[in-house]
Design a protein around this ligand. Sequence first.
Ligand SMILES: [Zn+2]
Length: 116
Amino acid sequence: MTQEAGDPDGPQSLKGGGGSREYMSGFARGRVDLDCESCGFNMRRDTDFGTEADGSHTERYCSICYAGGAFRHPAATVDEFLALSIEEFALARKSAAGKLRLTMKKDLPRLPRWRK
Ligand SMILES: [Zn+2]
């Protein structure tokens, strides 16, 4: 009886930390940010995600790395990958290719696609 103190909002506000509805509204399918397993790009919008052969989105890779069910830059190593893709990433991220390459060369080996 003592729990029912007449504050129906109490238990709810404890749960979600508030604002969860507003948070979700930015994601068409309720997805939260995920990092591409190939380039580390933080994907938030539907258009950030790569597509499978059937046109559905994958949560594993971004649209630059993966489209139509296949990697857009087939590569066995990070170096090969960057050689093929760095200009595109530089454009997409509005970064200088040289600087971006250094960052990605350092970060990419930790990602699932490149981890041995
Ligand atoms: Zn990617």
